[in-house]
Every structure is written in structure tokens, then in C-alpha cells.
Design a protein around this ligand. Structure first.
Ligand SMILES: [Fe+2]
Ligand SMILES: [Fe+2]
Length: 360
């Protein structure tokens, strides 16, 4: 995970070709596309949790969001001109969101096509359905700005990262749950302050994030059906993915201050609220969690942001001096990440009742 072509500056998003470039960008904080070991996926056995599994598949089958991802009559009327800084960050938010929605869609669809295991195949069919709805709904909003992402071109040209199935489970579980926590936090804030809702898409977030929540539940059941994934040396991987997902979000959000401020949410306040929700949910499956309240941990996250800012400044500066600045910033960022990784974690027992309700 070390490719570091600098992201095109956000203000460059003037046409769809630039948007495709932005979506294809590979750096430490950009959403990735994944491939995995499909034969190993085929061997997943959820038999020990049959009742919970079937109940969950029945929820997917019920498809309570089948009519949700359509615009209503007032959608167009609510779109307004945004101040330049906010417009830039909002468009970047849409592009990273569609890239991660579509990344899920491509991965789940590929697993669906390549496995025979009926449980996994059926789950992946539902997940693909949901993520493709999400990606297409965001694309409609990008179209309003003349900036739709060519999803087929993105699929064909984006770099793919290989992950073993267990890494896919840790990473996708977390990204689904943190996705839920982000969307519900934004939704609740704008429910309290409708005057801050600067775009109609946020009205869709409540039912939308329940899809993400359920996707996370599926990976929770898969991991609990394979308890060896949640103990021993594998906990070192769990800690790694927790930190990677939290740190990525923290750095990315702190490079978009105007977006959060427009919604009345300081990036710190928003991110720590999202961490609290995600940590609470993740106790269903991970016996360790990050101590995001510890002052030393928070100071480490702040240093990661500073390293990222210095890295980007080096890229903008260019030349030998710029590259030197980038190298120093990358080293500082890596050292900070290691110290955060070594920070003591909280430990807890796994609950007998696995499923959690989306009650935030
Ligand atoms: Fe989604
Ligand atoms: Fe999802």
C-alpha cells in the first residue's frame, strides 16, 4: 500500500475525464479495488450460525430499500450554488464515496461469479445489488455538475490490490460499519439542523446507511462462524485494520474542513463521534478496540494529518526540495503510524448475541 502518485488538486475537477483520474488515484488514503482468493471464499462455512444467517438473508430478500434510490420531486429544486471551497470538497466527497461504493460492487460481484458455495453466492448477489444502487445514485448527483464517473472505464483501468479472504473480511466489515456511522452521524446532524443541509442527497442517508449496516452484519456472521479469525496472532491484523481504517478516515476528513463545517460539524468532533459508534458496534466481532479517547492516541492522529499536509506541500513544491520534503513527511507519517499501532488497546469478551441493531 505504498503507491503515491499525488492526487490531482481538488479544484481540477472540471470535467468527467479529470473525475475519472481522481477516482483512479492510488495513494494511502484513496479507496481501493480488491481481488481475493475465490477458492478460499468457496470454503467459507456458516453452518454453525445457520439460524442467524438465514434470518439475515431473509432481510436482504425483503429488500426494504428497493424503492429508496430514486429522486423525489423536490430533489432538483433543492440543488443550489455552493461557495467554491465547499463545492470542491463536496465533489471530492462524492467522487471518493462513489469509488468506495463501486469498489464494493466490483468485489462482491466478482466473488458472486466465481464461487459455488450457495450461502456466499447468495449474499454476494444482494451486496452487489445494493452497492450498485448506491453508486448509481451518487453518479446522478455528479451528473448535475457534468461530472459523472464512467464506472466501466474505472473498473477496467483502476489498480487492484490482492487481499486474502480474512483481510477482505476485516477491511470490508470495518468499511461497511464506519460507512454506516458516517452516514447516520451526518443524517442526525442535518435532521437537527435542516438549514445546514446544502444538498438533497443527505436526505437519503438514513435508509441508505441501514444497507451498509446490514452488509457489515454479514461479515460479522462470517467471522464469528470462523472464530480462529478473531484470536491469537490474527488479532494483530485486526488491530492493523482498525488503525488503517480509522487513520485513513481521520486524515481524509481533515483535508476537507469546509465540507464538515458547512454541516456544523468540526472534523474532530465528527470523526471521534464516528469512531465511538464504530467501536461500539465492532465489539460484536472484535475482542479488541482502539483507545481513541487517549490523549496520546489523539495527538498521534493529529501528527498524521500534519505529515499528510507536509507531504502534499512537498508535491506542490516539486523539484528536489519538494521530493526531500515528501520523503521526510512519509517517514514521519510511517513512524507515527507504528507508534499508534503500539498504543495499548482495550479488550473485551465477545457477546453471545452476535447481531446488533442500527440504533444510532
Ligand atoms: Fe454502499
Ligand atoms: Fe455496503
Amino acid at each position: 500500500m505504498t503507491t503515491t502518485t499525488p492526487a490531482p488538486a481538488l479544484r481540477d475537477l472540471d470535467n468527467s475525464a479529470q473525475v475519472l483520474e481522481r477516482a483512479k488515484t492510488e495513494n494511502l488514503i484513496s479507496p481501493r479495488f480488491y481481488t481475493t482468493d475465490y477458492a478460499a471464499m468457496d470454503r467459507i462455512d456458516v453452518g454453525s450460525l445457520r439460524a442467524e444467517w438465514d434470518a439475515m438473508l431473509a432481510e436482504y430478500e425483503g429488500d426494504n430499500n428497493h424503492d429508496h434510490f430514486k429522486r423525489d420531486d423536490s430533489f432538483a429544486a433543492e440543488i443550489r450554488e455552493l461557495p467554491p471551497e465547499l463545492r470542491k470538497e463536496f465533489l471530492d466527497f462524492l467522487v471518493t464515496s462513489i469509488t468506495s461504493e463501486f469498489s464494493g460492487c466490483v468485489l462482491y460481484n466478482e466473488i458472486r461469479k466465481r464461487v459455488d458455495n450457495p450461502d456466499i453466492k447468495q449474499l454476494m448477489t444482494y451486496l452487489t445489488r445494493d452497492e450498485s444502487r448506491h453508486a448509481n445514485f451518487i453518479n446522478q448527483s455528479l451528473k448535475d455538475y457534468g461530472l459523472a464517473v464512467d464506472l466501466q472505464a474505472l473498473k477496467a483501468s483502476k489498480a487492484y490490490t490482492y487481499f486474502k479472504p480474512k483481510y477482505i473480511f476485516y477491511a470490508t466489515y470495518l468499511s461497511e460499519k464506519i460507512g454506516y456511522a458516517r452516514y447516520i452521524t451526518i443524517y442526525r446532524q442535518l435532521e437537527r439542523h435542516p438549514e445546514l443541509r446544502f444538498h438533497p442527497i443527505f436526505r437519503w442517508f438514513e435508509r441508505w446507511c441501514n444497507d451498509e449496516f446490514r452488509h457489515g452484519e454479514s461479515f460479522a456472521l462470517i467471522m464469528r462462524a470462523h472464530p480462529e479469525l478473531l484470536r491469537g496472532a490474527n488479532l494483530l491484523w485486526v488491530r492493523f485494520f482498525l488503525l488503517a481504517v480509522y487513520a485513513t478516515m481521520f486524515v481524509r476528513d481533515h483535508t476537507r474542513p469546509a465540507l464538515h463545517r458547512a454541516m456544523g460539524l468540526e472534523p474532530d468532533e465528527f470523526d471521534y463521534r464516528v469512531f465511538d459508534i464504530t467501536t461500539e458496534i465492532s465489539k460484536q466481532v472484535f475482542p479488541v478496540s482502539l483507545d481513541t479517547d487517549a490523549p496520546a492516541f489523539r495527538a498521534g492522529l493529529d501528527r498524521l494529518v500534519q505529515a499528510r499536509v507536509a507531504f502534499d506541500a512537498g508535491a506542490a513544491r516539486g523539484g528536489l526540495a519538494g521530493r526531500w520534503q515528501q520523503a521526510r513527511a512519509a517517514l514521519r507519517g510511517a513512524a507515527t503510524f507504528v507508534r499508534l499501532y503500539l498504543h495499548p488497546v482495550r479488550r473485551h469478551d465477545l457477546p453471545a448475541q452476535i447481531r446488533v441493531a442500527p440504533s444510532w
